[in-house]
Design a protein around this ligand. Structure first.
Ligand code: HDE
Length: 717
């Protein structure tokens, strides 16, 4: 479909807008300088990226403690009293200011995606999208700063990172043409097809309104009541029950735009696309038991992992890709409705074409002002990127601006450092709560003659493109007939998983439904599972002690997309954690060399010992990072055992690591620990080695597959 010329009316019969130049009384120029009484604190472009910015300077000036008004108090530890044992005086402004500000330190948490972790980075376009999109960020070699926030959906701000849930993957691109937000998830399909149902699904998934439990869980009656009554949720629920619902790390997740978007080139030609983020480290998950242990032992696991990896220089990277579809009237591809967000298009049918790479290379310098105050919006678009009629996306276009007003306290949140575009801003928005800009001029309207005509309208070669899609239809509350297909996408995903991934799915359903009280809901869920896979339904029903009720699926035809399985490849091990168990008998020189060798391979070495301190003494001493008090198996991707200790916790560490299919190597000094833990030395991925160096070599050979998957066969099913 070709774009209409700019001066043509969007709606037939409406007057065409006059060419911009005819309206302007003078030529475009910079905004008028502020008058002498209008200058204020710097409000320049910074986003809070960890370079020194004028805004940071405004935050803390001078070396001395002051009140908010800049006066220097003589003491900040004692309130002003009538005598040391007397009552506090109302006149103590420093006390009242300090406590009043503290009383108002919290802002409402996000209604969903409240818990998150973020990082700064850069996106570099590779030029591959230039033919289909005129957005500057996709130009070859173009570097665009980004800020990415990962999140869980259901839990509140203080909830655990490793719960079973969808993960948000929201990226703010500070492009030359303004801010573009790609606000996606780590799951390519969604629970509902229409934005009007979002409050309903969230009410069902959040804690019950009477007792406010369970926290950050979908394992409860209202969630399963909703998803079994609204079968359009079947595919997303299945993805949550798969290993995708418990990622190993934010660095090891795919990201999806979910909706279909429209890209437009300079000629006005449009294509439809689906966005994909592909992690260079591959897609990896926790095992369910690990996720549960982590929620207690290290509820910040994912937040810590992201920050530690970036701090150590193991910068996570993702390729951005698009699946491209023709923008025809049907907006279907191979029978898949591109406007239905519960459907995905298999990569085998529409390959993901890489259009650039993102590197996250800096941690936030302040959680509140960056990770908490960042405000994403799927409607923050730039020239060349437009939305489609996906009814879920349309609902989102309303919600995000609205939510920021209550969350960030007013309409001026775009002025917060993290939200400021890097492109020049000259809007006609004025005043309001928390206005920090000091606007100049007298005529925030246009056309005007008092401010010299400023701001001017840019020419059509620079402006946003609202694609002139022909729209007609009868006003109706209804969905397209193709939206009635609620199961094909779920069937496709399940059939594409490997055997062990399918086993995990069955166990997850059995666990979650096992937590429900209402038998009728569980029974209804079995009926839904039969629409995905008969064997899956049978296994879950058996686990729950229920009958196989409901009808078998009408069609057993299913396509398979091997790209949807996480297993079967090898990936880089950057940022992986290798635990080395050592004792006072371990040779410090050999240990130091191994620690250095782990770090050289971009992995993180953590020395574990029975107690704290150092192994060895003097210049060659190796610091101990964890003791048997503080070490727990979930932290380590692999273990190298170079000693033993008469302590049951060493056995627990080894047994859990073994059960969780982690690579293990042991030297002769560690052999007793392996035997005491009851681990068969012939077990897959348990390597007996002569030296620590050989042990590291053995682990480095196993780690690229993430886990020792063949070992799973050694455990009872
Ligand atoms: Fe969101 N979503 N959402 N969502 N969403 C929010 O915006 C909403 C949807 C997503 O790290 C809120 O600023 C509606 C799909 C992410 O700050 C809120 C609908 C996808 C984040 C909101 C959806 C997402 C949000 C809460 C259905 C994947 C976190 C706070 C019409 C493509 C962004 C906020 C961050 C956050 C509404 C559906 C992803 C309330 C109404 C589909 C990653 O505005």
């Amino acid at each position: 479909m070709a774009a209409r010329a700019k001066s043509q009316p969007a709606v037939p019969g409406a007057p065409a807008s006059a060419p911009a130049t005819e309206q302007e009384p003078t030529k475009p120029h910079e905004p008028l300088p502020p008058k002498s009484d209008q200058t204020g604190p710097a409000t320049g472009t910074p986003t809070g990226a960890p370079t020194d910015t004028p805004q940071d300077a405004v935050a803390q000036q001078g070396a001395y403690l002051t009140t908010a008004q800049g006066a220097r108090p003589s003491d900040t530890d004692h309130s002003l009293k009538a005598g040391p044992r007397g009552p506090v005086l109302l006149q103590d402004h420093h006390l009242r200011e300090k406590i009043t500000h503290f009383d108002h330190e919290r802002i409402p948490e996000r209604v969903v995606h409240a818990r998150g972790a973020a990082a700064h980075g850069v996106f570099v376009g590779n030029g591959a999208a230039q033919k289909i999109c005129c957005a500057s960020l996709f130009e070859k070699g173009k570097e665009t700063p980004v800020f990415v926030r990962f999140s869980t959906v259901l839990g509140s701000r203080g909830s655990a990172d490793t719960v079973r849930d969808t993960r948000g993957f929201a990226t703010k691109f500070y492009t030359d043409d303004g801010v573009f937000d790609l606000v996606g998830n780590n799951i390519p399909v969604f629970f509902i097809q229409d934005g009007i149902k979002f409050p309903d699904v969230v009410h069902a998934a959040k804690p019950h309104p009477d007792r406010e439990i369970p926290q950050a869980q979908s394992a409860h009656d209202t969630f399963w009541d909703f998803v079994t009554l609204h079968t359009e949720a079947t595919a997303h629920t299945l993805w949550n029950m798969s290993d995708r619902g418990i990622p190993r790390s934010y660095r090891m997740m795919e990201g999806f735009g979910v909706h279909t978007f429209r890209l437009i080139n300079d000629k006005g030609d449009a294509v439809l696309v689906k966005f994909h983020w592909k992690p260079k480290l591959g897609v990896h998950s926790l095992l369910w038991e690990e996720a549960q242990i982590a929620a207690g032992i290290d509820p910040d696991m994912h937040r810590r992992d992201l920050a530690d990896a970036i701090e150590s220089g193991a910068f996570p990277q993702w390729d951005l890709g698009v699946q491209v579809f023709p923008d025809n009237d049907e907006q279907m591809f191979e029978g898949i409705d591109l406007l239905d967000p519960t459907k995905l298009v298999p990569e085998e049918l529409a390959p993901v074409q890489i259009i650039g790479t993102m590197t996250l290379n800096a941690n936030p310098t302040n959680y509140f002002s960056q990770t908490e105050q960042v405000a994403f919006h799927p409607g923050h678009l730039v020239r060349g990127i437009d939305v489609t009629n996906d009814p879920l996306l349309q609902g989102r276009l309303f919600s995000y601006l609205d939510t920021q007003i209550s969350r960030l306290g007013g309409p001026n949140f775009a002025q917060l450092p993290i939200n400021r575009p890097h492109a020049p801003v000259n809007d006609m928005l004025r005043d309001g709560m928390h206005q920090t800009a000091v606007h100049s001029g007298v005529a925030p309207y246009r056309p005007n003659s008092l401010d010299g005509g400023c701001p001017f309208m840019a020419g059509s070669a620079e402006t946003l493109i609202e694609f002139p899609e022909v729209v007609k239809g009868t006003k109706v509350r209804a969905a397209a007939a193709s939206f009635d297909d609620h199961f094909s996408s779920a069937r496709l995903f399940y059939a594409s998983l490997s055997e062990i991934e399918q086993e995990h799915v069955a166990k997850a359903y059995t666990f979650e439904l096992g937590k429900c009280y209402e038998k009728a809901i569980k029974q209804r869920a079995i009926g839904v599972l039969r629409q995905i896979d008969e064997e899956l339904a049978r296994t879950v029903a058996a686990g729950l002690g229920l009958a196989l009720t409901g009808e078998p699926a009408e069609s057993s035809a299913v396509t398979v997309s091997p790209a949807l399985s996480q297993l079967g490849g090898t990936w880089p091990c950057d940022g992986r954690i290798v635990g080395i168990f050592a004792t006072a008998d371990t040779d410090p020189g050999e240990l130091a060399a191994t620690v250095a060798a782990v770090a050289e391979q971009s992995m993180t070495p953590l020395v574990i010992a029975p107690t704290g301190g150092e192994i060895g003494s003097g210049a060659t001493a190796v610091p101990i990072s964890r003791t048997l008090d503080t070490a727990r198996s979930i932290e380590f991707d692999a273990l190298l055992i170079a000693g033993t200790a008469p302590d049951l916790r060493l056995g627990l560490l080894l047994q859990e690591a073994h059960r969780h299919l982690k690579a293990i190597a042991y030297t002769p000094a560690g052999a007793e620990a392996i035997t005491t833990a009851g681990i068969d030395e012939k077990s897959a991925g348990v390597e007996s080695v002569d030296t620590l160096a050989a042990g590291l070599e053995a682990l480095a050979a196993l780690l690229p597959e993430h886990r020792v998957w063949p070992r799973a066969a050694e455990f009872p099913r």
